[in-house]
Design a protein around this ligand. Sequence first.
Ligand SMILES: Nc1ccn([C@@H]2O[C@H](COP(=O)(O)OP(=O)(O)OP(=O)(O)O)[C@@H](O)[C@H]2O)c(=O)n1
Ligand SMILES: C[C@](O)(CO)[C@H](O)COP(=O)(O)O
Length: 249
Amino acid sequence: MSQDSRRLRTAAVIPAAGRGVRLGPGAPKALRALGGTPMLIHAVRAMAASRAVSLVVVVAPPDGAPEVRALLDGHTFPERTELLVVPGGDTRQQSVALGLQALPDDVDVVLVHDAARPLVPVDTVDGVIAAVRAGAPAVVPALPLADTVKEVRPDPEGGQEPVVGTPERARLRAVQTPQGFDRDMLVKAHTTVTFDGEGATDDAGMVERLGAPVVVVPGHEEAFKVTRPLDLVLAEAVLARRRVTDGYA
Ligand SMILES: Nc1ccn([C@@H]2O[C@H](COP(=O)(O)OP(=O)(O)OP(=O)(O)O)[C@@H](O)[C@H]2O)c(=O)n1
Ligand SMILES: C[C@](O)(CO)[C@H](O)COP(=O)(O)O
């Protein structure tokens, strides 16, 4: 991490430029309602809930930055939270890279958080930040797996897929966001590491390619990603319970 004592801010980059194809037809996923409020607003509030986060950069759908700016302006966030909006790209990796380019010089720790994980608890966010501030260049929240995982040989024609292996489950973790990074390390990964096809599916994977250490901290069940329709049902249920038990907005 930089020794420059002027670089002390923690920022969160929220890639929110995806379509949400797996969720089905409708508005871009980040703009769809959860408990009557767009998922993106929940995700921004989840980052802003950490007192350490003073800047949130939202990466909007490529043609939707003005709409997202107006959406944010119509909602309330903690006074300490500065909000920037930039247009995103064709892949998550490109969207994160565009968000990183918007960071001011005084940011030294960066969180990257999916808009599609609107309900991550603040303790998880703070745990990631604390681990980066303690010296880890890259930190991922993660949970053990409930299912056994098989490695298969995928069939592009959609036919039977033979199993080629069963990784030892005790050694596997399902990783979530926010993932936390020393800013210089993450920028280096995004400017030097290349992935084919859909790009890197997470940012820590890019840092791994640099040969730098990535450490795991405990994730949280409620930090799940809204990907398919059933996830939205679960998210609504979690939110409804929070509203009863915590007075959550
Ligand atoms: N070009 C892209 C693609 C994805 N994302 C963001 O990356 C996060 C995780 O991606 P995912 O859950 O896969 O979202 P989508 O790409 O929207 O979903 P799908 O693959 O079902 O279309 C989301 O917050 C999504 O908005 C992004 O900013 N830019
Ligand atoms: C970054 C991530 O949420 C970690 O689990 C995940 O890899 C994103 O994958 P997606 O296919 O872009 O949703």
